[in-house]
Design a protein around this ligand. Sequence first.
Ligand SMILES: C[S@@+](CC[C@H](N)C(=O)[O-])C[C@H]1O[C@@H](n2cnc3c(N)ncnc32)[C@H](O)[C@@H]1O
Length: 341
Amino acid sequence: MADATADVTDGILPGDHWIQVPETGNNGDGDSAISDPKSSTASLTSSILDYRTIQGRTYHSERGNAQYWAANDAAQLDSMDIAHHSFTLALDGKLFSAPLKDDELKNVLDVGTGTGLWAIDFADTHPQASVVGTDVSPIQPTWIPPNLRFEIEDCTQEWTFQADLFDYTHIRFLVGSVDDWDLLFARAFAASAPGGYVESVEPSAFITSDDGTVTPTMALGQWGKLFVSGSRKFGRTFELYEKGTVRAAMEKAGFVDIKEIDMKMPLGGWESDPKRKELGLFIQLGFLRDPEGYILFLAHALGWTKDQIEVYLAHLRKELKDPKVHSYYWQKIVWGRKPAA
Ligand SMILES: C[S@@+](CC[C@H](N)C(=O)[O-])C[C@H]1O[C@@H](n2cnc3c(N)ncnc32)[C@H](O)[C@@H]1O
């Protein structure tokens, strides 16, 4: 019988554990240079450029309710760009899974757009649509398609878009950034046009394997526990996948015809199928570009020292590069439709 007191963070190892089994390795992937912070959006004020710094890495400025856990500097933005390529590969080049009538789309929203590559690709391939990408960090490029604009918006605050506007709303990788997912989808529902779709893509934080090559005490096996445990300190869940949070929030908001797909995302080129191998190599590349930018804020919240984090990351990199380790994580795509009026 399942232990009712069991928790996904059971068995988390302290930062000190990693110091006792030190690894040599190159941890120098943390280029903390800030990308060009200029933005063309009218809502940009200088305060959003007051980035916070943790151990030499920069994070979005203190702004309202926003609490985003990954860095916003050059190394992390590279990783985000590679991740966009991986997600697109996973969908065989498609940018969405909802049954959109491509040429009928007028208004499209990308919430938490990051470096904006999804929004740029979507705007390029849908020249008749007006696309807006929002984010709390001004990290978007300035050379963009004419039918795309970026705005600095905190999606956890009251939305400023008019009601019944968007034919399609895309929300990808906001895990750990949203305090109230029901409210987020209620706001997306209000902003959706009747008949419009909302689509979410969110990962599990847990890295696992089917053949026991990822064990709970490996750095990879600890990754999800660190995320869940660290994020509990600031009230943002990393258990969306495990708890079915997104689908439940869409149902509560009133979306209908909800569908979901689970995708197995390999870390490394260990699968034999050539397409899956290519996918795994890109996911691995994105991850290896900046694991520090993902984990630093959360490990810091757990009280880990810089040395502990660096040694943990050395173990993680070694495991990620080991072809005998067949690691992967799950990712869920969920979409639903606002009923026609
Ligand atoms: C992991 S990145 C994903 C970027 C993009 N959606 C993608 O999939 O390529 C998450 C992005 O969400 C943004 N973000 C975090 N909290 C946010 C908030 N409250 N409102 C708007 N954007 C937020 C971060 O600044 C970051 O750029």
